[in-house]
Ligand binder design. Sequence first.
Ligand SMILES: [Zn+2]
Length: 145
Amino acid sequence: MSNKLELTDAEWRAKLTPEQYRIMRQKGTERAFTGKYESFFEPGQYKCAACGQPLFESKTKFHSGSGWPSFYAPVNEDAMEEHRDSSFFMVRTEITCSRCGAHLGHVFDDGPHPTGLRYCVNSASLEFESDPNSANATDATQEKR
Ligand SMILES: [Zn+2]
């Protein structure tokens, strides 16, 4: 793809927080239950915190109890790439942003219906943008009461 975002290591360090750099560029993992989106269920869209590419919709987010934000499907098939990861004596499938290559987390095959997949993502790799229509939806709910 022509819209890939490729920066030097120094540029990534300048752009990201130290925690984001550790996770997104060095394939780190935030501690379970510490991420800002772990128990966050507002309507909207989750984008790559490094480049802004849309990654997940809030409607596919579910509470997995794993300690990390979990989704059962990406926003589209082109949003991320999968890589075999055999570090830590486990074989897992790593997911990275297809635009900037940032490490997001891993995908497992023990997720809920309808995909059976669980995209386990670091909050630090995500930037939430609330749905502009959600404010109206809240108003409508309140008017009914
Ligand atoms: Zn990205």
